[in-house]
Design a protein around this ligand. Structure first.
Ligand SMILES: Nc1ncnc2c1ncn2[C@@H]1O[C@H](COP(=O)(O)OP(=O)(O)OP(=O)(O)O)[C@@H](O)[C@H]1O
Length: 334
């Protein structure tokens, strides 16, 4: 069932550019150069109830601007946006009851109050019944181990504890949709894993629709069925991670650690370049890296000529990292 519908959504920001220095300030006072920034530029998509979507893109691509329009914080320049049949910027309060929002960099909790007090305030704001509140709080306490820090003021919590607390706060009213902006930013590996696992549990229990913006691709790999990729305000990919991997994931990387000062003639790869013109071989600090298409060339064909020519201390063979694949899509398109 469709829960979010966005059609030809646009958001322009008007920026006034000034020249540097005091002269520039005075000049811009009279005739500043007006620039229109198309932060979101004709974006359309639909999201079904229960989907977990990874909304990714480079810095400044338009992710936050889209989320702000979905949460009702910003009014679109044009186009349509509906969240569970409501136009968010027209009915902000009603929309707020249907959604939960977590911004990794900020907190929605009251800094000086013990955490439990923040939850009590939210219970009143969202008019959550005693039974529901008790049931949810005990469920989240078990998942996140809240008892350890629930009586502490929020300002004393560690970043990981604060993130858990914010996620609980956003879910107490059992929203249909959860917007998560960088939920694992700044956390250590174990805390990240804990957050991801818990989000999966919550999704399984409540079938919450989750829209996640992140620069951490492990979040995407572990959580998302679908990726929407935005760049310069336009959606450049909307589909599964499997499709991306099938199309771009055929690269393999072999990295040789060479004995210091050993010689290596890269022309040995010329013959292989006829089979795979995109093969790249490079040397830096006694490390020889060869990137090639595993569907066109066998790993053995790379290793044999290198071993015949030079002293190798170590060999590391890996598939191309998702990060490189995504970077290449940002650069060259899908
Ligand atoms: N209030 C604003 N006034 C003017 N320009 C803005 C405003 N908000 C965002 N922009 C511009 O719109 C573009 C999109 O910004 P947005 O914050 O949506 O990007 P993002 O994809 O969330 O980036 P990041 O990954 O860095 O958070 C950027 O060029 C940004 O500078």
């Amino acid at each position: 069932m469709e829960i979010i519908k966005v059609e030809h959504l646009k958001k322009d920001f008007i920026i006034y550019e000034k020249e540097p220095g005091l002269k520039g300030v005075i000049k811009s006072f009279y005739n500043a150069k007006k620039i229109i920034k198309k932060a979101v530029d004709d974006v359309s998509f639909t999201i079904n109830q229960g989907e977990i979507i990874g909304y990714i893109g480079p810095n400044g691509a338009g992710k936050s601007t889209t989320i702000k329009m979905l949460t009702g914080i910003l009014t679109p320049t044009s186009g349509e946006v509906k969240v569970d049949s409501v136009i968010p910027y027209q009915k902000r309060t009603l929309n707020a009851k249907k959604i939960g929002v977590v911004f990794g960099q900020r907190t929605q909790l009251w800094w000086d109050l013990p955490l439990i007090e923040s939850f009590t305030v939210l219970k009143e704001i969202y008019e959550i019944s005693d039974i529901d509140y008790k049931e949810r709080l005990s469920y989240f306490s078990n998942l996140f181990g809240l008892d350890e820090f629930i009586k502490q003021p929020v300002r004393q919590l560690s970043l990981g504890q604060r993130m858990k607390a914010d996620i609980v706060a956003s879910l107490l009213h059992n929203p249909k949709i959860l917007f998560l902006d960088e939920p694992t930013i700044g956390l250590d590996v174990i805390a990240k894993e804990n957050i991801r696992k818990t989000l999966k549990d919550i999704h399984d229990k409540y079938q919450t629709t989750i829209i996640l913006t992140t620069h951490d691709l492990a979040d995407i790999e572990e959580l998302c069925d679908r990726i929407m990729m935005i760049d310069q305000g336009k959606i450049i990919y909307d589909g599964s991670l499997e499709t991306i991997k099938a199309k771009f994931g055929s690269k393999k990387i072999v990295c040789f650690t060479l004995k210091a000062d050993s010689m290596m003639d890269l022309t040995v790869f010329d013959r292989l370049k006829k089979k795979d013109p995109d093969l790249i071989a490079s040397i830096e600090d006694s490390k020889l890296t060869v990137v090639f298409n595993k569907l066109k060339i066998k790993v053995g064909d790379i290793i044999t000529p290198v071993l015949a020519q030079t002293d190798v201390l170590d060999i590391d063979i890996s598939d191309d990292h998702l990060e490189n694949i995504i970077k290449a899509i940002y650069k060259n398109g899908f």
